[in-house]
Design a protein around this ligand. Structure first.
Ligand SMILES: C[S@@+](CC[C@H](N)C(=O)[O-])C[C@H]1O[C@@H](n2cnc3c(N)ncnc32)[C@H](O)[C@@H]1O
Length: 203
């Protein structure tokens, strides 16, 4: 995992190439019509999952070395970007104006772009987010509060603008003991969700 990027929120903790079960569970809710943004994608385990499901993917990270083997994938755009030196979603930013039908973020937090991230969701677009939460200090990195969600923070942030499909907050044991928050939310009005409810993947 990258060590030369500014945010070491969870570096070296994602040793697995297997996708997160949380992302696997909800990935199929993402409409096929557009592109998925895999933000702070690392080695691209979720980009790979999405490509395998037939999506077009934009994989963004400040360290793209782990994506070398994917360079020839026609459905993949690799964006080398430092998400923290400048907000990529504002005018002049590399992701400004881009709209995504799915956004996946795992094991990464940069609060200052959270709102912009939600703003980059297409109508009916799906946000899948999973990262470390306060309390994780007892179990390992990250311990820096800048990289740890506050209690309920992910839920409160999302529910202001999205319909939350699922949210969890607590201790996980796999791939190692950690405290996380994870969420799946849809950019849909409550009415839209009621008339056209998404399937929730079986547990
Ligand atoms: C723990 S890894 C998670 C990777 C991937 N999301 C996953 O779960 O497999 C954190 C990722 O955030 C990236 N990162 C850290 N600081 C960054 C920054 N300032 N801009 C862009 N990416 C950054 C790292 O390069 C690394 O790939």
């Amino acid at each position: 995992m990258a060590r030369n990027c500014s945010n070491h929120s969870a570096d070296s903790l994602v040793d697995t190439v297997e996708p997160s079960p949380w992302v696997v569970r909800f990935a199929a809710l993402i409409p096929q019509s557009g592109e998925i943004l895999d933000l702070a994608c690392g080695g691209g385990r979720h980009s790979r999952l999405a490509l395998g499901l037939g999506y077009r993917v934009v994989a963004a990270d400040c360290n793209i070395l782990g994506l070398e083997d994917l360079r020839k994938q026609k459905s993949l755009e690799i964006v080398e970007i430092d998400l923290e030196t400048a907000n990529p979603f504002v005018p002049g930013g590399i992701l400004h104006g881009r709209i995504f039908t799915g956004i996946i973020v795992t094991n990464y937090l940069h609060r200052l772009i959270l709102s912009n991230l939600i703003g980059a969701l297409a109508d009916d677009g799906v946000l899948i987010y999973e990262t470390f939460s306060g309390g994780n200090e007892r179990y390992g990195h990250p311990r820096n509060p800048d990289y740890l969600l506050r209690p309920g923070e992910l839920l409160e942030t999302a529910r202001k603008r999205l319909q939350v499909i699922a949210y969890e907050n607590g201790l996980i044991q796999e791939p190692r003991m950690a405290v996380v928050q994870r969420l799946c939310a849809v950019n849909s009005s409550p009415d839209g969700l009621a008339t056209n409810p998404p399937y929730i993947a079986p547990l």
